[in-house]
Design a protein around this ligand. Structure first.
Ligand code: G3P
Length: 223
């Protein structure tokens, strides 16, 4: 994916399900085009293939499982995700935590399939541990700020600054994103000023009265 970037996680929000999810994906594509901003979506897994076929912006899975393709009913084999044409995957989201050993295996399996990885982390220690595993990106998101109206960039700018510094020292190839409560262009601007290569967000767009307006406003923080 191109950075600086806004990654929109559709989570399991009803506003981002089915037809509404499809409209939201199209809005993300239009805003990406109209604002010349790099926007990536992580739609609901049931819609992954449809989204990849419908929009011309990178589509990420929300999760992959460390299962062997084949007899794994109900799981998400990385090969299945790659076969949709998706560009990458989130891993270890706060709402879908993994063990470090599983994150390690999944980063390597994804990379072998040319899937980019964004590993979500909840604090500095986990950020450092995950950066050492060599994902493409880590995204620091303090769980207590997720879904709220106070952005990580104003609630705890130091955690973002320190994540950037620590990751740079450990593995300069890993880009740092931040997320949780990101709702305005000012939050996005601040995230970049703190040294990140973008933001991971959800409710600021999925729950917005007018998602297109909200995303346009957020994108103006990059441009
Ligand atoms: O994956 C993004 C997320 O956890 C942040 O959610 O609603 O605080 O933007 P939100």
């Amino acid at each position: 994916m191109r950075t600086p970037v806004i990654v929109v996680n559709f989570k399991g929000y009803l506003e981002a399900s089915g037809e509404q999810g499809l409209s939201l994906a199209k809005i993300c594509e239009v805003v990406a085009m109209e604002s010349s901003t790099s926007i990536v979506i992580a739609p609901q897994m049931v819609d992954l293939s449809l989204m990849v076929k419908t929009v011309n912006i990178p589509v990420f899975a929300q999760h992959i499982d460390d299962v062997k393709a084949g007899s794994c009913t109900g799981h998400i084999p990385p090969e299945g995700v790659a076969a949709t044409g998706a560009s990458g995957t989130l891993l270890n989201h706060s709402e879908h935590r993994l063990k470090l050993a599983d994150i390690d295996v999944l980063i390597h399996r994804a990379s072998a399939l040319n899937l980019e990885t964004i590993v979500c982390t909840n604090n500095l220690a986990v950020t450092k541990a995950c950066a050492e595993l060599g994902p493409d990106y880590v995204a620091i998101e303090p769980p207590e700020l997720i879904g709220g109206d106070i952005s990580i960039t104003s609630a705890d700018p130091d955690i973002v600054k320190n994540a950037v510094k620590d990751v740079k020292a450990l593995n300069p190839d890993v880009g740092v994103l931040c997320g949780a409560g990101v709702k305005t262009s000012e939050d996005v601007k601040m995230a970049l000023e703190l040294g990140t290569v973008g933001v991971l967000l959800a409710s600021g767009v999925t729950k917005a009265k007018d998602p297109k307006d909200a995303l346009m406003e957020l994108a103006s923080g990059i441009n």
